[in-house]
Design a protein around this ligand. Structure first.
Ligand code: IMP
Length: 426
């Protein structure tokens, strides 16, 4: 019986989709616990590439139960589209369940996300999917929940509670025409037809699985540095991708989480705005972007690229209580002669070992690098850790020592068979 939380240790896009997919072959249940379709997971199975935003990538294994937990904000339009996309690809969604308690993204959330972003002087660079506004309504206690999709009556009642207020803001602040109750109800009742059979008390499903001794994987979206509490606020998402978010996000006691695995890239990327100490705005940065295909799955935006930041990952080890690391995209560094690792920051002449809370400090931090020799060889077909080039092994050992956490998985390509499991997780 094992419950494993899988979290992003950087700014998202660490390859959690692929690692989830690999671990899902051993897990019986995979559950998302926060975020929404701002996430984007790319999974390669044989010659096929799947892109998922909402449904856990465990769905690609027939026997795995996939849950969208109560902590997720669900856009029913996207959920229906993904179900259809999977069915077209011949993949069953018979084992997919959605928490009745999860909050629903409404069209006014998407519109407000975009209008609010346009209004901000300090741009966050949101994905514009309505994630933040949906969480705002949840915490304002005026959200529409999946439960409300159960009948026309309950949906109308929920929308009536909130729509007049939303329309006032849309019309008076943003000069937007707003929405009518009837158009929203009409659209959402269509989605409800597909979604109603999937609704469940997903907390109960997880508890039962645990009691039966099954393996449960709790899949985080985004990353630690995008966490609303622990990330680079305000350039963050509006949920808790850190491991602490997993328990309330699925309805499980925190003492029931046995392992916390942090997914970490062999370098660093960031989408959107905000300080990035080890950013490379040069040809090496371009090379990493090109070799790592660093363009957003959700928005297509080119990602900012830089060296591995051990200060940041050390911080992630701490705030998530990581028990192990899954290191991805090691192969992207195959071509480099030298590799740098940011081991500390310099702030106004002072050496900082710990990630600062204050963005004004972070903005001024300069990276202190240690340089390691590259291996300049193809790692993409290496099957066992021992067969990696000596410099690659030395690089991994250096990272482990710097961040204080053992590496349990190494990924050298997008395919399932390009994964080395150093220690069994389930
Ligand atoms: P939001 O989550 O759409 O509100 O966007 C807030 C910030 O989080 C922006 O900088 C986004 O680019 C970033 N973000 C949200 N989801 C992801 C993700 O899955 N990967 C990387 N960045 C993300």
């Amino acid at each position: 019986m094992t419950v494993v939380a899988l979290v992003g240790t950087q700014w998202g896009d660490e390859g959690k989709g692929k690692i989830t997919d690999v671990l899902a072959s051993k897990a019986d249940v995979v559950a998302r616990y926060q975020g929404g379709n701002n996430a984007g997971h790319t999974v390669v199975v044989g010659d096929d590439t799947y892109k998922l935003h909402l449904i856990p990538s465990g769905i690609l294994y027939g026997g795995t139960t996939c849950l969208i937990g109560n902590g997720v904000v669900v856009d029913p339009k996207v959920l229906c589209e993904e179900i259809e996309y999977l069915h077209r690809a011949g993949i069953s969604t018979a084992n997919l369940f959605v928490s009745e308690r999860a909050h629903v993204i409404m069209p006014y959330h998407r519109v407000l996300d975009q209008l609010e972003e346009a209004q901000r002087t300090l741009k966050i660079g949101t994905t514009g999917r309505g994630i933040g506004p949906a969480y705002v309504d949840k915490f304002m206690r005026m959200g529409v929940r999946m439960l409300d999709l159960k009948s026309q009556e309950s949906l109308e009642k929920a929308i009536d509670q909130v729509l007049p207020m939303k329309n006032q803001v849309l019309q008076k602040v943003y000069d937007h025409p707003g929405f009518t109750r009837d158009e929203l109800v009409k659209e959402y009742l269509v989605y409800a037809e597909t979604i109603r059979p999937l609704l469940a008390d997903t907390s109960l499903v997880i508890h039962q699985a645990r009691q039966e001794g099954k393996g449960v994987l709790l899949e985080g979206a985004q990353g630690t540095l995008l966490d609303v509490d622990h990330g680079t606020y305000p350039f963050v998402t509006s949920s808790n991708p850190t491991a602490g978010g997993a328990a309330p996000g699925v309805g499980l006691g925190p003492n029931h989480i046995d392992q916390v695995i942090g997914v970490v890239k062999a370098y660093t990327t960031r989408v959107g705005e905000g300080p990035f100490v080890s950013e490379l705005k040069d040809a090496t940065g371009d090379l990493i972007r090109q070799r790592g295909r660093e363009y957003g799955t959700t928005t297509g935006r080119p990602r900012r690229c830089g060296w591995f930041d051990a200060v940041m990952v050390r911080y992630s080890v701490r705030v998530n209580g990581l028990t192990g690391l899954a290191l991805t995209l090691l192969d992207v560094l195959d071509a480099l002669e030298d590799i740098q690792v940011c081991v500390a920051y310099e702030y106004r002449g002072e050496r900082l070992e710990h990630f600062p809370s204050d963005l004004d400090v972070l903005k001024e931090c300069k990276p202190i690098y240690e340089t390691l020799p590259g291996w300049q060889g193809d790692t993409t077909e290496v099957k066992g850790f021992e067969d990696l080039p000596a410099q690659a092994k030395a690089y991994l050992a250096f990272l482990e020592e710097q961040v204080g956490c053992p590496i349990q998985i190494v990924s050298v390509g997008p395919r399932r068979d390009q994964t080395m499991l150093l220690n069994p997780i389930f």
